[in-house]
Write a protein that binds this ligand. Structure first.
Ligand code: GLU
Ligand code: ZN
Length: 313
């Protein structure tokens, strides 16, 4: 613990800007609420602001009813995004939609294209080969092809073959080599959708996010995002990362399977209270011994132990 505290005291920014960034491909579930609790709880504990970002880059799965429902669910839970009080920090709409950012993503892709770091690719998925860790790696087959390509194709970005190191606040020191994990990543896929890795990195930079809190399932993405950040903004500090554990009790033994699979929207519209859901999320985050209804303030206070890690105050 002493060691963890040192890392955090050294690295957590004075003015924290974090974000909650749900994909708009379905309804929120308890796992999302757990993640939002980490984001709002830790960020509030260190006096920071939380931005909301609708990650609606996947237009094949996007539905506007999901977007509406997610906003309604979050408001119902009391989790509303903040406006940054700090000039030049946490810029842009505190509630940004990636679908409105087409022009910006295009500009950023062109920036890399001008430096010879992108190429079009129409390779089928079967071209990806699993590495020892079971990750699917692209072999760079289309590298060097001209930017003009007929037919359906995406655009890839060359990944550097070197390790990116970072100190995760929850899981400790990490080293990832994106070239070995995935090879050159897609920035835009063959359906003309921007990819998560690309859109998320551009947004985190533009929104000046300096604390990224998200589930452990996204840990392997971080090296790729660091590689992209370095292309765009080599001098900028990388955000501090915290990858939280996914749900404890994934079998839903104490909560019941139904609570894990039923959407927050359907529970809200069925008349279940927000306090009930927040208590379940606090329990699923491993913060209390059993689910019991609680107010948002109480649920967020369960993360107040992070306060003393902020700048030593
Ligand atoms: N949209 C991603 C997800 O829902 C999270 C993005 C992030 O926090 O980096 O899994
Ligand atoms: Zn290809």
């Amino acid at each position: 613990m002493a060691e963890l505290r040192n890392i955090i005291q050294r690295k957590i920014p004075e003015r924290v800007v974090s974000r909650f960034a749900p994909g708009i491909t379905g309804h929120l579930h308890l796992g999302h609420v757990v993640s939002a609790l980490y984001v709002f709880g830790i960020t509030r504990a260190v006096g920071g602001v939380v931005l909301l970002r609708a990650e609606d880059h996947d237009r094949t799965r996007f539905r506007s009813e999901f977007d509406d429902a997610i906003r309604d669910d979050l408001a119902w839970l009391g989790m509303v995004p903040d406006r940054s009080p700090w000039p030049g920090l946490g810029k842009l709409d505190p509630s940004l939609r990636q679908a409105n950012r087409e022009e910006r993503y295009r500009e950023k892709l062109n920036e890399l294209a001008g430096r010879g770091l992108t190429y079009p690719c129409d390779c089928p998925r079967r071209r990806l080969v699993a590495n020892d860790e079971g990750e699917l790696v692209y072999d760079g087959h289309c590298r060097g092809r001209s930017q003009e390509m007929a037919g359906d194709h995406g655009f890839r970005i060359v990944m550097p073959d070197r390790a990116f190191a970072f100190e995760d606040l929850a899981v400790g020191k990490q080293e990832q080599n994106p070239a070995r994990q995935t090879g050159d990543i897609l920035a835009r896929d063959r359906h003309d959708c921007w990819t998560y890795q690309f859109a998320c990195t551009v947004d985190d930079l533009d929104q000046e996010v300096n604390l990224v809190i998200r589930g452990e399932d996204l840990l392997p993405s971080t090296g790729r995002q660091l590689a992209l950040r370095e292309y765009f903004s080599p001098a900028a500090n990388a955000p501090v990362y915290l990858h939280h554990p996914l749900l404890t009790d994934p079998s839903g033994q104490k909560l019941g399977k139904r609570f894990m699979s039923e959407s927050i929207t359907s529970r809200r519209t069925a008349g279940i209270s927000a306090e009930t859901v927040l208590g379940e999320a606090a329990f699923a985050a491993g913060k209390i011994d059993g689910p019991r209804p609680m107010e948002l303030a109480e649920a967020l206070a369960l993360f107040s132990n992070w306060r003393h890690l902020h700048g030593g105050t």
